[in-house]
Ligand binder design. Structure first.
Ligand code: ADE
Length: 241
């Protein structure tokens, strides 16, 4: 059975967009994953097809109406069942990371709700048990780019999508570290040589060098990740001995 992403959006025409490029696009054509988009506007109730209204209490912007969104969510549930994870992309959400990507990629289907304007009425978020997820501490104009980012991170974890499964194990975050630097031909470029160890053919040494580099770069750039990595390493050692 293939992984399925259902997206509720006011802009279904922007999908699949970048998700149809390269290996994720090829995998979709091969049926390794499916993408379904539902237009929120098609669930509007009046002849003007309005989906939003002004916020109670005043203030800037518009809020997506709970009745329209609830119908849209019921419509989505009709096609993917009531038990799938339902994500609402929002800057207020839990920060998306590789661990959540792994979790979601392991689900049979995931619903992505994309807000626009000031977002959804809180009552429909609560009533439908939407999980709020953010892709970073910045504000986008809507959830579509965030949904695409999350979908792409999940899709590349689906077995068969990348071709070489080892890639996923060695990349950034897989062990709580940022990735080591990569080099390819030519061995010397603009007077800079590739680190000699990579040309040595000694795989043990290369592994050691890559780990050192990954640790160094993580400590420098992401002390938060490095601290967790060191603690996890200590804990694992404690359990083994
Ligand atoms: N919608 C607007 N900003 C967002 C963000 N940072 N993450 C997820 N969804 C969003």
């Amino acid at each position: 059975m293939s992984w399925r992403a259902t997206v509720l959006t006011l802009f279904p025409e922007v999908f699949p967009g970048v998700l149809d490029a390269s290996l994720p696009g090829k995998a979709r054509k091969e049926g390794l994953w499916m993408l379904e988009t539902l237009d929120i506007r098609s669930f509007a109730r009046d002849k003007h097809a309005s989906v939003d209204d002004t916020p109670y209490g005043g203030g800037a912007g518009m809020v997506l109406r709970p009745d329209v969104m609830d119908d849209a969510l019921a419509g989505a549930e009709a096609s993917f069942g009531p038990h799938a994870r339902r994500l609402y992309l929002s800057p207020r959400g839990r920060l998306f990371d590789q661990a959540l990507a792994k979790e979601l990629a392991g689900e049979p289907s995931v619903l992505f709700v994309c807000g626009r304007y000031e977002g959804l009425d809180q009552r429909v978020i609560d009533a439908r048990g939407l999980e709020e997820v953010s892709i970073g501490d910045f504000v986008l104009a809507g959830g579509e780019i965030a949904a695409m980012a999350v979908i792409e991170a999940c899709v590349r974890l689906i077995p068969g999508v990348l071709g070489n499964e080892a890639t996923v194990d060695e990349e950034s975050f897989s062990e709580g570290l940022l990735e080591y630097p990569h080099y390819t031909r030519p061995a010397e470029w603009k007077g800079v040589r590739v680190p000699e160890v990579l040309l040595s053919g000694n795989h043990e040494k290369i592994r050691g060098w890559r780990r050192e580099q990954a640790e160094e770069i993580t400590q420098k750039r992401r002390p938060d990740l490095y601290e967790t990595y060191v603690l996890t390493k200590k804990e694992t050692k404690g359990r083994v001995s």
